[in-house]
Design a protein around this ligand. Structure first.
Ligand SMILES: C[S@@+](CC[C@H](N)C(=O)[O-])C[C@H]1O[C@@H](n2cnc3c(N)ncnc32)[C@H](O)[C@@H]1O
Length: 276
């Protein structure tokens, strides 16, 4: 107990506590969280996704972007489903086995791959790749992530990154302790549990560390941690230009209103340089 509590408050990064998205057991709990319409820990509510897809589709038609899309970190495939419904053909890739199993069983007209984008082998090239709901903020090696993504985008195709708005990111940094409780399962536990979250900023790794201590019904205690990197337009532009993208622009979602985990994100859109 003493050891766990002192670890919770220590300000040293511990990569061994990071979420293991590809772990079978963790993936089953993640799926519960994805399907929970009242929690935004993994996926947003379907009504929110529907409005977001309408907005992105409008931006795509203004930019004359083609209809073949790849959603990276697609979770259970809700964005793919809504894009298909809007006349696109959207495939998905995610490293979490249970969420891809769900997507394959429930989402029609999409092809789903269960692997990291860095490991995806597919002959298909897409008009646009999507990296939504802040996935890029969580990626440790952003250069390899973006260069792997680029391989699946056509020359002159697009990449859409939905990243945390820097104001939202800063609000998370300033909120150092948070206590919450859940009676229903979440990605942290199958039974009811209390979660104490401590945040600190690591200058050395340039990321926000979100460390949670979870205590469940049986008194079991566990620590988890996530790392988030902030992308303002300048930093995103550097990352994208270093990996073969150009024409980087930032677009605000109309759903970005108050600071909220579900909504306070914005889009960075870039074009892949044409292939010779
Ligand atoms: C916050 S969830 C978002 C799910 C989905 N985009 C949504 O909004 O409903 C992030 C997802 O990205 C997946 N993921 C993380 N790193 C990945 C990688 N390198 N390649 C593919 N999927 C990844 C995780 O397994 C997880 O399902």
């Amino acid at each position: 107990m003493k050891k766990i509590i002192s670890k919770l408050f220590s300000e040293e990064i511990d990569d061994s506590l990071l979420f293991k998205y590809d772990d079978e057991e963790f993936s089953k709990l993640m799926l519960i969280e994805h399907l929970d319409q009242h929690s935004f820990g993994a996926s947003r509510a379907r009504s929110f996704i529907k409005r977001e897809v309408e907005f992105i589709s409008k931006v795509f038609s203004e930019l004359n972007i083609g209809r073949n899309l790849l959603d990276i970190g697609c979770g259970p495939g809700f964005y793919c489903d809504d894009f298909n419904y809007s006349g696109y053909s959207c495939d998905g890739v995610d490293m979490s086995p249970s969420v891809i199993e769900f997507a394959k069983d429930n989402i029609r007209d999409s092809q789903f791959h269960c692997c990291k984008i860095q490991e995806l082998i597919s002959p298909k090239k897409y008009d646009a790749a999507l990296v939504l709901f802040g996935l890029l903020n969580e990626i440790e090696d952003a250069d390899s992530f973006i260069s792997s993504t680029s391989k699946h985008v056509k020359g002159d195709g697009y990449l859409v990154l939905e990243v945390m708005h820097p104001h939202f990111f800063n609000s998370l940094v300033s909120e150092s302790i948070n206590v919450s409780g859940r009676e229903t399962p979440s990605c942290f536990s199958k039974s009811s549990h209390v979660r104490v979250t401590k945040r600190f900023f690591s200058k050395e790794r340039d990321c926000l560390v979100n460390r949670s201590m979870v205590v469940d019904d049986n008194g079991m205690m566990k620590l988890y941690e996530s790392h988030f990197t902030c992308y303002d337009l300048e930093k995103a532009t550097r990352l994208l230009e270093n990996n073969g993208f150009t024409d980087v622009q930032c677009i605000q979602s109309p759903q970005t209103g108050e600071f909220s985990y579900e909504s306070y994100y914005h889009y960075i859109i870039a074009k892949k340089q044409p292939l010779d």
